[in-house]
Write a new protein. Structure first.
Length: 134
């Protein structure tokens, strides 16, 4: 598949890295670049793996035909939120993230996720391919 080859070529030479999930960076609402898609997520700062994620994003934008260029804020989505979730639910979720320091998550591979409609009105996600780093 041409798309898989373009991604493999773009990520060639990318090394495994860690991302830091810090409770102080736990957010809810719109993620920059994905307006209208509300989520609970951790922003990933530059010194917590965000620089590596941004660099990979730039490589993909330059190498993959048709790659959608948009504002990019490195983040890890924990859960998507239905548009009608009230603010109280979001505030309650924030309370349950205890500030005990950052958790480091090793990133050794990336997954290409395919989003599709199952034919019954449900959106489904599936792994299309995996890309090892290093």
């Amino acid at each position: 598949n041409a798309l898989i080859k373009e991604i493999q070529d773009a990520l060639a030479g990318s090394e495994p890295f860690n991302i830091a999930l810090n409770p102080a960076h736990f957010k809810h609402g719109d993620v920059a670049g994905y307006e209208g898609t509300k989520a609970f997520y951790f922003e990933i700062p530059k010194d917590g793996g965000g620089a590596e994620l941004t660099q990979m994003r730039r490589k993909l934008e330059g190498a993959v035909r048709g790659y959608q260029k948009q504002e990019f804020v490195p983040h890890l989505t924990v859960a998507s939120i239905k548009s009608d979730v009230v603010a109280d639910v979001a505030r309650d979720a924030m309370v349950h993230v205890h500030p005990r320091g950052a958790v480091l998550v090793p990133i050794r591979k990336l997954r290409l996720t395919e989003v599709y409609n199952d034919g019954h009105g449900m959106v489904k996600y599936g792994a299309r391919s995996y890309f090892a780093l290093g």
